[in-house]
Ligand binder design. Structure first.
Ligand code: SF4
Length: 308
């Protein structure tokens, strides 16, 4: 099969566009869409713009960091600072951490680690072993991760925090909010233009790039990444939505892009994210919340100790 743009052999076939691309044009296509999203999502200051990058060592965040570095390396006024959240999941996070460290060293980007044990005095393995889970492990882990992500971004004095969320992940999250009927949470999804009630805006420049494109890009560009899976991921409702969307995409290529585009239009035309309520401040940590206590403090047990 030949590349649709030159005489070289194609390495990738894009069903939504009907084109086949050689290595050069595939890499170019991913980088073009990434840069387009950076222009849409980041408003550069006159002074320095600091971007905190959440990196797990997996393919998505490793590609994110590499692409940010490649795109920004000539911009003197952009600072990248990477961090990894260690949830305390044995046999999973430790490998990712080493990979993340090596990539940061190679690219010359500073890297910090923040742990659940140091911040919440507990670890995910402990939470799961306690047998008191109400819902999936991710329902506990997610809010605590978001809390630490915000703490790190504040510590870095970051203007943005970048997340490695590809199109597959993003369309799944949109559909999960639809299935839960959570319209406000859906509209609050990243990318954020401004701070929402004190939260550092999150950007997701991989949102229009399919997971298989991210994988292939990592291989073609020689970006080392960890391929381990979180042992608790299998329990998530996300898996059902993932299989559903994969089977629809198979028959109707471009469905995931259409879901992403649907939310993008809603966010652009209908509602200002800042106006969607996170109306209160958590009584314990002061983070924005929808009630007296934020989800992180409820899940990590601090709210219970305060007699919630
Ligand atoms: Fe945490 Fe769930 Fe992600 Fe595992 S899959 S790291 S439990 S949010």
């Amino acid at each position: 099969m030949k590349c649709s743009k030159c005489e070289q052999t194609a390495v990738f076939e894009s069903k939504p566009t009907g084109s086949s691309l050689c290595k050069f044009h595939f890499v170019e296509s991913v980088e073009r869409r990434f840069k387009q999203e950076i222009r849409r999502q980041v408003h550069f200051n006159n002074g320095n713009t600091t971007i905190g990058v959440a990196i797990s060592g997996g393919k998505d965040s490793s590609v994110l960091l590499y692409l940010l570095w490649k795109t920004m390396k000539k911009k003197k006024n952009v600072v990248l600072k990477a961090f990894t959240i260690d949830e305390g999941i044995e046999g999973y996070r430790s490998e990712g951490l080493k990979t993340a460290e090596r990539l940061c060293n190679k690219l010359g980007i500073s890297h910090e680690v923040i742990t659940f044990s140091g911040s919440f005095n507990t670890e995910m393995d402990q939470v799961v072993r306690s047998g008191n889970l109400q819902g999936s492990p991710c329902a506990y882990c997610g809010p605590m991760r978001r809390d630490l992500m915000n703490r790190m971004s504040e510590e870095f004095n970051a203007d943005y925090v970048a997340l490695g969320i590809n199109l597959d992940d993003y369309s799944q999250s949109i559909m999960m909010n639809v299935l839960r009927g959570d319209y406000e949470k859906m509209l609050r999804m990243a990318p954020h233009k401004n701070r929402i009630k004190g939260l550092v805006p999150r950007i997701i420049p991989l949102r229009k790039i399919y997971e298989k494109e991210v994988k292939l890009y990592a291989i073609l560009e020689g970006i080392e990444h960890d391929m381990g899976w979180c042992p608790y991921a299998m329990e998530a409702q996300r898996n059902k939505v993932r299989s559903l969307l994969n089977s629809i995409e198979e028959n109707s290529p471009g469905t995931k892009l259409a879901i992403e585009g649907f939310l993008e239009k809603l966010q652009k035309h209908d509602i200002k994210q800042e106006e969607i309520t996170l109306t209160e401040k958590c009584l314990i940590c002061g983070n924005p919340s929808n009630g007296p206590y934020c989800q992180s403090c409820i899940r990590n047990g601090k709210a219970k100790k305060n007699k919630l």
